[in-house]
Design a protein around this ligand. Sequence first.
Ligand SMILES: Cc1cc2nc3c(=O)[nH]c(=O)nc-3n(C[C@H](O)[C@H](O)[C@H](O)COP(=O)(O)OP(=O)(O)OC[C@H]3O[C@@H](n4cnc5c(N)ncnc54)[C@H](O)[C@@H]3O)c2cc1C
Length: 439
Amino acid sequence: MSAHYVIVGAGIHGLSTAWHLARELRASGRGDGRDILIIDKTGVGAGASGIACGVIRNNYFQPAMRELMAHSVSIWESDPAGFSYHPVGYLQISHEAMRDDVASIHDQQKAIGYRSTFVEGAGASRTYLRSIFDDWRAENITSVLHEGQGGYANNLASLEGLRSRTEAEGVRLVPGATQEDFVRDASGAVTAVVTDRGRIACEQVVVATGPWVRRQWAMLDLPAVTRVLGPDGTHHEAATWTYWALQEGTLRVDPGFLVDNDGNMPPVVHVDTDAPLCDERGLVTDEPWGLYYKPDFHFGGVQGGCVPDRVERPASDVAVDPYGPASPDFSVGNEFHRTFAAALAFCQKRFEGKASLMSREPSGGIGCFTPDSFPVFDTFADNVYFIADSNHGYKMIGVGALVARELMGRRQALLEPFRYSRYAEGRLHPVSNSPFPWS
Ligand SMILES: Cc1cc2nc3c(=O)[nH]c(=O)nc-3n(C[C@H](O)[C@H](O)[C@H](O)COP(=O)(O)OP(=O)(O)OC[C@H]3O[C@@H](n4cnc5c(N)ncnc54)[C@H](O)[C@@H]3O)c2cc1C
């Protein structure tokens, strides 16, 4: 078998890249979707994209992330029904330590024409939030960033929207084919992808394997440890790939239980605070904590998550199969259920006494992160393009469009800040005061 382009992985990035690349090829007269083959060891949505909470926001402290996100949001907005996208907006509700960071996010959103409102001060924040939810009561909140764009999308439905677009362009999709190795020529470029169903000769590979990315990285003998030039001018070494267990779950109430004061679907709510969190059993935590949630008919309740847990197991072990037999170790447990339910009740009175409604179904999942927790979009071994989004990239549906242009030979300014060389050269993204590794 052969194909000019082989894409490994049928998640949000593999599918989006295939769709946009097929359109680029057709428009340029240099080919069409039949030149592209996607393989997936399982099938569409078998990885992180198929379990993602689906939040789409622009609330990033890093200017390069914000511009990238504005581009992706424009793609979500181009066909809300086709991508099962709900443009309900997004609330970043913060405690004092984050106020300046979020103020600067708002300023820079204004500068790029991204619609948002910023409210400052404890009283003004409470009044603003009560105008949305009359039972709002979270403590230690001194700012609110309300993004008028963004919201959330339904994970598998949006992938289905992308899959049907790729098929309409003639792209071939082969589920049940696991990529096991690369064949390389004397220069190091890849000439074929080896799968458990045979070899596929190719000119260009795109690796979009989400939390499994370390495997393809190792197959190309790329470094397990990355040299990073820090702001103090000295180098240090960091593991190239680390893993976090995303803590997510669903409170089994009717999703209509969480409408706004006008009876409409509310914005996605994200809260970060340093107020102690308690429930009827006592103190849950006195560390700064965070929570995000939304009513979701797809998940069947009020769904969301808390700050993820760092996975301390060796990267080589986790990378074998993040969602395989070992993954029960990483499923969320009682501690998460307690925290999520307490945090909901901390924010809104309507959730008081509802902890017993937390779903006990397995939920959450493993994410693979880079040394600075921001994406790496770059080419290695001459012709292997890695899309490694550091596990906050379901929202980044537009990255595939930008990668497709780069594969056509047009470098994209929006992707430049995400090259791997930034670590050695010290071109790092600014670090925020958020407790989440991806903000
Ligand atoms: C619980 C959870 C919640 C999340 N919530 C959000 C959110 O709200 N918003 C957000 O923006 N991001 C979120 N993320 C992150 C987001 O889901 C990922 O960043 C994104 O989906 C990664 O997409 P991908 O296409 O790179 O990889 P994936 O969706 O993981 O797809 C990779 C595919 O590659 C296939 N594959 C792997 N290895 C091989 C191989 N050797 N051969 C062939 N196929 C292979 C897999 O079967 C899989 O289908 C969340 C992640 C998790 C785990």
